[in-house]
Design a protein around this ligand. Structure first.
Ligand code: FES
Ligand code: FES
Length: 883
C-alpha cells in the first residue's frame, strides 16, 4: 500500500511512529512547514481525503491508502492557481509566508458557515507577521494589490515578487533543500543554571549505530565571540564559546551529536554522561547590579539639573515600572545547513538577518579568510531581530569542518523558548515634574536591564532604550542612568524596538499619570512638550550627532488619532467600564555608527534590470520596495526588475536586515545605483543618437530623442553601483490610540477601537506598510496582555511550547485603523522613512493608559492579564466600605 500525495503515489513506506509531516518533507514536499510539531501552529496543515489535518500530529501510516494534498497539489493540473491561492496573491495575505501554505490549506477547506465565523475557523493556524487582517481579507476575497505605469511604482501597493511562489509552496525557506548525504545534529543542553562541566563521557553515544561525531568544549575553538551581529562589534562583549566548559543558564549547549538520522542524534544525546560541578545561581537583576562581574555596562548623562527641575515643578510623579521577557516566536525556528563545496569552502545556508556579518563572525571564529566562507539566506520565516544573532551557524560550521559532510540543525520550538533569545526584561524608575500649565521641568529615568546569561545585545539595547523615549520631549532638565547586568537566565537579545518598547511603556504611562495630576488632557500635555520640527533631540548624550528631523509628522499623528478616537462610537456592553488612552513614540530610522549597504543594478541584454542587494527578506517587504525604487528611477515597471539578495557570493555587502534599515539604507543604496545606471543609459544613448543627454527621455523599452529612439537591449550591458553608510539619520513617529471596555466582575477586556497613525515619510508601498503596522500591533498586544517567558525558581524556562506561551490568534486581534501622516523625508530614499519596528513601540503604553482610564487602575508592569485586572478591581472594591 502506498500513500498518494498530490495524485502521485509515494513508494517509500513510512517509518514506525513517523508523522505525516516528516514523511511528506522527506518525499520533497517542502511546502509542508514545521512551526511547532505539537499541533499548535498549523504551518504543517495538509488535506487527507480532503479534510485538513495538522500533519505533525497525524501518523504517516494512517495516510496509507488515502489521498494527501499539500499546497503543491492545490493548483489545477494546468498550473492555474486554486481560487484561495489567487486570493492570497490579490490581497497579499502574507508577509514572511511561512504560515501561508498551512493557512491556505485550512482556508480552502472552509464552507460558507465557517467563513462567517472566520476567527474561530482559523484557530488552529497561527501567523506572527500579519496581525491576520490581510489573511482575513484574502480569505474573504478582497483585492489590495495594484499595478503601476512605467516609472510610477512608488506610492503604489505593488504585489510582492515572491507571491506566486509563496502561495504554491515553491518559495524555498532555509531547510527547503535536499542534499545527498546530509547528517543531522542534535544538542544536549544544560540542566543547571550555572555549573562547570567536569567531564563528558561520549563512549556510549559514539558506539550507537549512525552516530558520526560528538562535539564538546574540547573540540570547540578557545576564541570567545558575541552572538550579536553588528557592523561595529566593539559594544558587543566577547563572552561566549561555541561550546563552553561552564554553563550559565538552563538550556545552554553542552554537547552536539552528529548522526545519520535525527533519531540517532537524539538517542546519542541521551547517552552522553556529563558530570557537573554545580555553582551558585544569580537570577535577580537587582542583586546582579551589586556584583562587579555581572554589571556589563552602565551609562549616565543628561542636561540641566533634575533635582532643581523637580523642585521647581508644581506637580511631580514618580513610579517604578517593569516589563517581562517575551519571545519573537518567528514561525520558522533557527536553522542552518552547512557543507563544504567542491573547493573545500565552508558554505552555510541559514535563517539569518545578517548573512554578511555571520560570514565575518565565522571567519574570525575559525580563522578562515572571507573567500573560504559562503553564507546565503533563503526566504526567511520571520525574524523580528531574533535572527540578528548567530545561534546555530557556529555549531553547524564546527560540525561541518569536523566531519566534512553536510550537516543540518533545526531548533525545536522548545529549544527556541529555552535556548534562544528574548526581549530584555527591564525595571524602569521614572520621575517627572511639570508646571501647573503643563510644561515639563524634569525628566529622570533609571533603567535596569537584564540581558540574561550573556551580554550579546545588552549594551546596544540599553543605549537605545535610554534614547528616543526621553529625547522626544523637550525639557531643560533630563537625567538618564542605565545599567545592564547578566544573570543565570536565558539570554536576551535584539527584538523589534530594541529597548524602546520597555522604556516607552514607562515614559508614556508616566506622562499619562502626570496629565491626570495636572488635570490636563493627555494629548494636550504631549503637544505642549514634544520636540518640534527643526529642534535638536536631547537624551542622555546631550544633542545627538547625526540624527535630524528629516520630516516632521508627529503633530499630524496626534491629531489623526485624536480625531479617530473622537469619532469612535463602538458601543460597550451595559455595565462595562469604558476608557481610552494613547501613547506616542519616536524612533531613529537607522542604528547609530554606521549601517552599510551596497547595491548593483545592471541593464541586461534582454532589456531587464538585474538588481543585487545584500539585505535579506524576512517578511518585511524590502524585496518589493527595492524593486519599486529601482523601477521608479529607471522609468520601468517592477516586473522588469530581477532581484537577487542575501547571498555573500552574488550580491554586495550589506550590514543586515535589522534596525528597520531595509528601506532607508539598502533602499538608498538601490536608489543611488539606479540613478547612476540611468545616467549611464542616457549617456550611452546620447552617444548612439548623437544628441545631448538633456534631450533624452527614458521609456519602458527604449530611450527617445524626438522622433529617434534606441532600444534598451542595444545599450546593454551596463552596470552601476550605489552605496549608503546609514548617516545622517532621520526619525519616524507613531501614535497609537485605544478605546476599551472592561467587565468589572471578571476583568475581561474588549478593545472597542484601535488606531495607529504613522509618520513613515513618503509611503512607498501603502499595502505593505499598513501590513507592517498591523503585524506590529498584534505582536505588541500579545506582549501587553499575556505573552511572557516564564522561569521557575531554578532559572528554567517553563513556558516551553506555543500552548503555554500564547501568541495572538486571529480571534484575539481586533482590527486596527492605520493612518499615515503626509510628509516627505529629505533624508530617506524618495522621501521614505522606516516603519518595521516603530509601530510596536506605542502600543503597550497606549493600552495601559486606556485601561487606566476605564478602571482607575494604573498597571506598573506587563503583561496586563485579565486576572490581574480582575484582582486589581476586586481589591479596589474591597477597599471601599460597603461597596
Ligand atoms: S508544525 Fe504542526 S501544528 Fe505546528
Ligand atoms: S506571514 Fe504568517 S508567520 Fe509570517
Amino acid at each position: 500500500m502506498t500513500i498518494e500525495v498530490n495524485t502521485r503515489a509515494v513508494a517509500t513506506a513510512p517509518r514506525p511512529g513517523q508523522c505525516l509531516r516528516t514523511f511528506l518533507r522527506e518525499a520533497g514536499w517542502f511546502g509542508v512547514k514545521k512551526g511547532c510539531d505539537t499541533g499548535d501552529c498549523g504551518a504543517c496543515t495538509v488535506w487527507v481525503d480532503g479534510e485538513p489535518v495538522h500533519s505533525c500530529l497525524y501518523p504517516a501510516h494512517r495516510a496509507i491508502g488515502r489521498q494527501v494534498t499539500t499546497i503543491e497539489g492545490l493548483a489545477a493540473p494546468d498550473g492555474a492557481l486554486h481560487p484561495m491561492q489567487a486570493q492570497f496573491v490579490a490581497a497579499q495575505g502574507f508577509q514572511c509566508g511561512f504560515c501561508t501554505a498551512g493557512m491556505i490549506m485550512t482556508a480552502a477547506s472552509l464552507d460558507q458557515a465557517q467563513l462567517v465565523a472566520l476567527p474561530r475557523a482559523l484557530k488552529g493556524n497561527l501567523c506572527r507577521c500579519t496581525g491576520y487582517r490581510a489573511i482575513s481579507d484574502a480569505i474573504r476575497g478582497a483585492t489590495h494589490v495594484e499595478e503601476a505605469e512605467p516609472g510610477e511604482a512608488c506610492g503604489r501597493s505593488l504585489a510582492a515578487p515572491a507571491g506566486p511562489q509563496v502561495v504554491t509552496g515553491g518559495a524555498r525557506f532555509t531547510l527547503d533543500v535536499a542534499m545527498p548525504g546530509m547528517l543531522h545534529m542534535k544538542l544536549l543542553r544544560a540542566p543547571h543554571a550555572h555549573a562547570r562541566i567536569l567531564g563528558i563521557d561520549a563512549a556510549a553515544a559514539l558506539a550507537l549505530p549512525g552516530v558520526r561525531a560528538v562535539l564538546t568544549h574540547l573540540d570547540a575553538p578557545q576564541r570567545r565571540y558575541s552572538s550579536a551581529q553588528h557592523e561595529h562589534t566593539d559594544a558587543d562583549p566577547l563572552d561566549m564559546r561555541v561550546l563552553d566548559d561552564t554553563v550559565r543558564f538552563v538550556g545552554q549547549r553542552v554537547a552536539a551529536v552528529v548522526a545519520e538520522t535525527e533519531a540517532a542524534a537524539e538517542a546519542g544525546c541521551r547517552l552522553l554522561e556529563v558530570s557537573y560541578d554545580v555553582l551558585p545561581v544569580l537570577l535577580d537583576p537587582a542583586a546582579a547590579r551589586a556584583e562587579p562581574a555581572d554589571l556589563v555596562a552602565e551609562l549616565h548623562g543628561g542636561i540641566g539639573d533634575v533635582a532643581a527641575g523637580l523642585a521647581a515643578a508644581d506637580v511631580t510623579y514618580a513610579a517604578e515600572y517593569e516589563t517581562q521577557r517575551t519571545q519573537h516566536v518567528a514561525l520558522e525556528t533557527h536553522a542552518a545547513i552547512g557543507w563544504l563545496d567542491d573547493s573545500g569552502r565552508l558554505c552555510l545556508r541559514s535563517s539569518t538577518q545578517t548573512p554578511f556579518l555571520t560570514r565575518r563572525s565565522l571567519c574570525t571564529l575559525f580563522d578562515l579568510p572571507p573567500a573560504q566562507v559562503y553564507v546565503e539566506a533563503g526566504r526567511m520565516g520571520g525574524g523580528f531581530g531574533g535572527k540578528q544573532e548567530m545561534l546555530v551557524e557556529d555549531i553547524v560550521a564546527l560540525a561541518v569542518l569536523r566531519v566534512g559532510a553536510p550537516v543540518r540543525l533545526e531548533l525545536t520550538r522548545e529549544e527556541q523558548f529555552c535556548a534562544t533569545t528574548t526581549r530584555h526584561p527591564m525595571r524602569i524608575k521614572v520621575q517627572l515634574g511639570a508646571t501647573r500649565d503643563g510644561v515639563l521641568t524634569a525628566i529622570g529615568i533609571e533603567v535596569l536591564s537584564n540581558t540574561g546569561a550573556y551580554a550579546n545585545h545588552g549594551i546596544g539595547v540599553l543605549f537605545h532604550a535610554c534614547g528616543e523615549p526621553v529625547a522626544v520631549y523637550r525639557c531643560p532638565n533630563k537625567r538618564v542612568d542605565g545599567y545592564v547586568v547578566t544573570t543565570n537566565t536565558v539570554p536576551a537579545g535584539a527584538f523589534r524596538g530594541y529597548g524602546l518598547p520597555q522604556t516607552g511603556f514607562a515614559m508614556e504611562s508616566a506622562m499619562d499619570e502626570l496629565a491626570r495630576r495636572l488635570e490636563l488632557d493627555p494629548i494636550a500635555l504631549r503637544r505642549r512638550n514634544v520636540v518640534q520640527d527643526g529642534e535638536a533631540m536631547v537624551s542622555f548624550r546631550g544633542a545627538p550627532d547625526d540624527v535630524e528631523i528629516g520630516s516632521y509628522g508627529l503633530d499630524q499623528c496626534l491629531t489623526l488619532v485624536e480625531q479617530a478616537l473622537a469619532a469612535s462610537d463602538d458601543a460597550a456592553p451595559d455595565g462595562w467600564l469604558v476608557g481610552q488612552g494613547l501613547a506616542l513614540s519616536m524612533c531613529d530610522t537607522i542604528p547609530p555608527r554606521g549601517h552599510i549597504a551596497d547595491a548593483r543594478v545592471a541593464l541586461a541584454a534582454d532589456g531587464m534590470f538585474d538588481l543585487a542587494v545584500g539585505t535579506a527578506e524576512f517578511g518585511n517587504g524590502t524585496s518589493t520596495v527595492h524593486t519599486q525604487i529601482a523601477a521608479a528611477v529607471l522609468g520601468t515597471v517592477a516586473a522588469r526588475i530581477r532581484l537577487r539578495q542575501s547571498d555573500t557570493d552574488a550580491v554586495p555587502h550589506d550590514t543586515g536586515a535589522y534596525g528597520s534599515t531595509g528601506t532607508v539604507v539598502a533602499g538608498t543604496a538601490t536608489l543611488r545605483a539606479a540613478e547612476a545606471l540611468r545616467q549611464l543609459i542616457l549617456e550611452r544613448a546620447a552617444e548612439q543618437l548623437s544628441v545631448a543627454v538633456s534631450g533624452l527621455a527614458l521609456a519602458l523599452d527604449h530611450v527617445v530623442a524626438g522622433p529617434m529612439q534606441v532600444g534598451l537591449s542595444a545599450l546593454a550591458p551596463l552596470e552601476a553601483g550605489g552605496h549608503c553608510d546609514g548617516t545622517p539619520r532621520s526619525v519616524s513617529f507613531n501614535v497609537h490610540g485605544f478605546r476599551v471596555a472592561v467587565e468589572p466582575q471578571t476583568g475581561e477586556l474588549r478593545i472597542l477601537k484601535s488606531v495607529q497613525a504613522a509618520d513613515a515619510g513618503r509611503v512607498i508601498n501603502p499595502m505593505q506598510c499598513k501590513g507592517q503596522i498591523e503585524g506590529a500591533v498584534a505582536q505588541a498586544l500579545g506582549a501587553a496582555l499575556y505573552e511572557a517567558v516564564m522561569l521557575d525558581d531554578a532559572g528554567q524556562v517553563t513556558s516551553r511550547d506555543l500552548r503555554s506561551y500564547h501568541i495572538p490568534t486571529c480571534a484575539d486581534v481586533p482590527p486596527t485603523e492605520v493612518l499615515f501622516a503626509k510628509t516627505t523625508d529629505r533624508l530617506g530614499p524618495l522621501g521614505a522613512k522606516s516603519m518595521s519596528e516603530a509601530p510596536y513601540d506605542p502600543v503597550v503604553p497606549a493600552l495601559a493608559n486606556a485601561i487606566r482610564d476605564a478602571t482607575g487602575v494604573r498597571f506598573l508592569s506587563t503583561p496586563i492579564r485579565a486576572d490581574r485586572i480582575w484582582r486589581a478591581l476586586d481589591a479596589a472594591r474591597s477597599a471601599i466600605p460597603d461597596a
